[in-house]
Design a protein around this ligand. Sequence first.
Ligand code: SF4
Length: 330
Amino acid sequence: MKYVYGPVPSRRLGQSLGIDTIPLKTCNWNCVYCQLGRTEPLVIQRDDYFPPEEILAEIREVLDFHKPGEIDWVTFVGSGEPTLHASIGLLIRKVKELSDLPVAVITNGSLLYLPEVRLELLAADAVLPSLDAGRAVLYRKINRPHPEVTYERLLEGLIAFRSEFAGKLWVEVMLVKGLNDTEDALQDIAAALSLIEPDEVHINLPTRPPVEIWVQPPDEEGLLRARAILGDIARVVHPAEGSFDLSEYDNLVDAVIGIITRHPMRQEEVERTLEKWAPGQVEKVLADLATSGRAQVVERYGVYFWSAAPSHFPDEAQSMRTAPGRQPRI
Ligand code: SF4
């Protein structure tokens, strides 16, 4: 499978069938917490990066394969920003024709200022955009966007989309210790959220390997502060511990690569998943993975994660050059 992966467990979306419509790290942001490595270069062009008919053929095959109850949501997400695919609207509408499953789009929201992108996402049941800052300076520090996707455009797009979209708007706030978990930063985010009026606010923590080595999740105090300031519609979303589904694959190395390209996995998650789908072959598949040249092991917070080989995770010296206090003034 080239475009479809999982289902993978998701706290908010149950067993979520992932649809990835763009090449690895095709994104107009370069977030300090990105679990897929650095964005090099930033991409702003919307395009049919992969042919929509090919993507749809795969989606159709996977939906036919799974029994009712095995998938809770079909989710456009993956290895970059999904709204950069020029046919995202067509793909959402076709999935809705193929199945009764609800469709979600996990997006950074930066292109919602474009009327055509808002129109394309209207067919989804839930849209989950990001808002990590309530001011342009902090936005540029955390999300390191392409110059065309300004903070003003992000906010303008989110407000406009809310007024047009009847589905669930769940705004995601990724909290990074020392950057947006302070009283001032959280008050700014709360003020922006009051203009957007989302249905829910999901507070996320950088628990998968953040690209920059200095990124840390907030401590308990920072989390309590966030919940208090962001209000009753905000809740902390911890990573789900469900089962990764490899049933669709003949080749287990391909199956694991398919997931870690979009969703790096801890060593024990890979082992647990392989024990379920290939008991007795765990050691062999791990050894094949290590020698495949298609995977790498990344260490963050003292934890080892399997990630796709092309993802660029800088070493400590490179990463520390981008740490707050070392960055040039914006
Ligand atoms: S976290 Fe998402 S929006 Fe940010 S750089 Fe990674 S893929 Fe792009």
